[in-house]
Design a protein around this ligand. Sequence first.
Ligand code: NAG
Ligand code: NAG
Ligand code: NAG
Ligand code: NAG
Ligand code: NAG
Ligand code: NAG
Ligand code: FE2
Length: 440
Amino acid sequence: NQEKMVALYVLLFGQICVASCVLPIGSQPEQVHLSYPGVKGSMVITWTTLNATESIVEYGLWGGKLFTQSARGNCTTFVDGGSEKRKIYIHRVTLSELIPGFTYVYHCGSEAGWSDVLYFTALIESTSFSPKFALFGDMGNENPQSLARLQKETQVGMYDVILHIGDFAYDMHEDEGRIGDEFMKQIESIAAYVPYMTCPGNHEWAYNFSHYRSRFNMPGQTEGLWYSWNIGSAHIISFSTEVYFYLEYGLDLLFRQYEWLKGDLEEANKPENRAARPWIITMAHRPMYCSNNDHDDCTKFESYVRLGRNDTDPPAPGLEDLFYRQGVDLEFWAHEHTYERLWPVYNYKVFNGSTEEPYMNPRAPVHIITGSAGCREKHDGFIPKPREWSAFRSTDYGYTRMHLINSTHIYLEQVSDDQSGKVIDSLLLIKDVHGPEAWL
Ligand SMILES: *[C@@H]1O[C@H](CO)[C@@H](O)[C@H](O)[C@H]1NC(C)=O
Ligand SMILES: *[C@@H]1O[C@H](CO)[C@@H](O)[C@H](O)[C@H]1NC(C)=O
Ligand SMILES: *[C@@H]1O[C@H](CO)[C@@H](O)[C@H](O)[C@H]1NC(C)=O
Ligand SMILES: *[C@@H]1O[C@H](CO)[C@@H](O)[C@H](O)[C@H]1NC(C)=O
Ligand SMILES: *[C@@H]1O[C@H](CO)[C@@H](O)[C@H](O)[C@H]1NC(C)=O
Ligand SMILES: *[C@@H]1O[C@H](CO)[C@@H](O)[C@H](O)[C@H]1NC(C)=O
Ligand SMILES: [Fe+2]
């Protein structure tokens, strides 16, 4: 009898344990990341739970009493487009009236579960701020080779902002969206500490870019497809090259984006605006130029992004002319899993400042392709003989650092993760004049 009782207890206890140990704690916050909404003194905190909960951030100044302030936001249900129609809950809270330059300690969640304790520094709004960036594209859930180095560098405060130039996770929608969850958990170690600013890439195509649009919270009203924001002496424009390729989601998106880009550039070029924020920097996924040996359109002569498309009705305008006419200074791209720096270039022609100092008062925009952060597709290769606009190329895994020094100087360098963090390329871009008059 006693033996029977023991067996029964073991059985019962076993079942309780199976039930409570195997079920995920669905109210526990995960995938915490930050973004800057483009409004002075604010920061958006986004995270996910597997069950619906309230959305609360508790925070306070570093060194002070913990969690003296709290803010509430809201939660939306995101339904993956796959057969399971899997649901996750995405929480967004905007903190406002932060003191620029001060560091805050925070955690997020609800009374049903809190994140780890995290921290960030509120962005300085002054145009004389000299922010530092890490930037890259094409980082995956599998083989994210640069991530470890970025984690340490971000957590010790080397960067104010991270720019991810499209292609996340490979792919966020896979395994009913679980790959997206895993990837967002992986990047929490960088994205929960500094604003993580994004643009869409081709790997986000599934279900009309719904994972991208829902998981990230960028400024503006387009769910992060195209937007701009200001930091220090720069106006940064992020947009979607994918509107040129996924026409099934609407050709109108391509035209809407073009009109928006034109309007945004005209506004940024108003004399008082360009004087305050003289640098205009763009970021988008697929490059206008590249010298890779794959079958992308930049390898050939007719990049859609550069020249537009004439097989649509009406024909779709490209962006090289617009950006040149509006005096864009610097253009970041990714998609090719390599790093490539170009001499100042317009319409395949090199416009060096001078032969000795090509980046001192260049007479055309400067393009950088930085898509080598690491993903399951590994590296891309190069054609053997680069064209004359190609200045430096590397197939090493790595990422780019940018220091926006002031209104005349930007310093860029390329970090090789394969070579233990060695800086393999650098460039000082100097401009005494910004805007289209700089090309004369
Ligand atoms: C949490 O979510 C799971 C999966 O959607 C569901 O089965 C479960 O009932 C939820 N739990 C609560 C407490 O709502
Ligand atoms: C979430 O909050 C934001 C800002 O308060 C608001 O604009 C938005 O409409 C809210 N969304 C929902 C679904 O309540
Ligand atoms: C795709 O999403 C965009 C942005 O939300 C929307 O404007 C467009 O109509 C959608 N396209 C389709 C085919 O649903
Ligand atoms: C259309 O574009 C293709 C590729 O860019 C080009 O070869 C062709 O000449 C263009 N056709 C017209 C009519 O402009
Ligand atoms: C641009 O400058 C670089 C570096 O001095 C030089 O190698 C290249 O030939 C120049 N290109 C042109 C077209 O002047
Ligand atoms: C910008 O910084 C550079 C390098 O420190 C310096 O030489 C230059 O004078 C500065 N320009 C302005 C306008 O302050
Ligand atoms: Fe890509």
